[in-house]
Design a protein around this ligand. Structure first.
Ligand SMILES: N[C@@H](CCC(=O)N[C@@H](CS)C(=O)NCC(=O)O)C(=O)O
Length: 207
């Protein structure tokens, strides 16, 4: 019988936001780096059929994939940590809106930027054009989220949507100034997040 959470990831990957959530909550968890060798990845696929990281094993042994789903679940399962509004409220609807928007759009743009050869049947031939369009989309999507910051995604209340935004914005291609020109509030938001002990601890672990 499992006793705590098990988080599977890679340094600098989408497991970072989930690890910050676990640190913010203060529950016991084991952080497992997935090896990149084919044999290890084949083993990992038995746990997570998508083969992607992160994967999260819950204390009862259930294994889930999709980073946004993990964050939404952790906030609900540990309501006392106040990392999201109460389910059923208008504030929670807004929380869900941004979590799904970031997962379906911003994260997807990131994948098109960094795995661009996968998005065409012609492989690397189209990669540069795919990455260029994805970069435009990424900046526009972050400008949309960034425009609502006051100073957090949900206004005055910190939530796991901030952790997700911070991670996704940290993957910006090129100089941070390029992103900040399109989404001026994101720089100040990043400074707020960096000051949180949970974020600093997890960033050191991923460095
Ligand atoms: N929608 C998934 C995306 C996960 C994802 O693509 N993760 C990347 C790392 S950040 C990955 O596993 N890449 C390896 C690959 O695609 O082969 C999520 O939010 O968890």
């Amino acid at each position: 019988m499992a006793t705590g959470y098990k988080l599977y990831g890679w340094a600098g990957s989408g497991s970072m936001a989930v690890q910050v959530a676990l640190e913010e909550i203060g529950v016991p968890y084991e952080r497992i780096w997935v090896a990149r060798e084919p044999q290890a990845l084949a083993e990992f696929r038995k746990l997570n059929p998508t083969g992607r990281v992160p994967a999260l094993e819950l204390p009862d042994g259930t294994v889930m994939f999709e980073s946004a789903a993990m964050l939404i679940h952790l906030a609900a399962a540990h309501g006392e940590a106040r990392l999201a509004p109460s389910p059923g409220t208008a504030a929670h609807a807004r929380f869900l809106q941004w979590m799904v928007f970031m997962s379906a759009n911003v994260y997807e743009s990131v994948l098109r930027i960094y795995y661009s050869d996968r998005y065409s049947n012609r492989g690397s031939e189209d990669a540069a054009a795919i990455a260029a369009k994805a970069t435009d989309d990424y900046f526009a999507q972050l400008a949309l989220v960034g425009g609502s910051l006051a100073p957090y995604v949900l206004g005055g209340d910190y939530s796991l949507a901030d952790v997700y935004l911070y991670m996704l914005a940290s993957w910006s291609p090129g100089e941070p100034a390029q992103l900040h020109a399109r989404a001026p509030k994101i720089g100040a938001h990043a400074a707020l997040l960096k000051a949180r002990p949970a974020v600093a601890k997890v960033e050191a672990d991923h460095a």
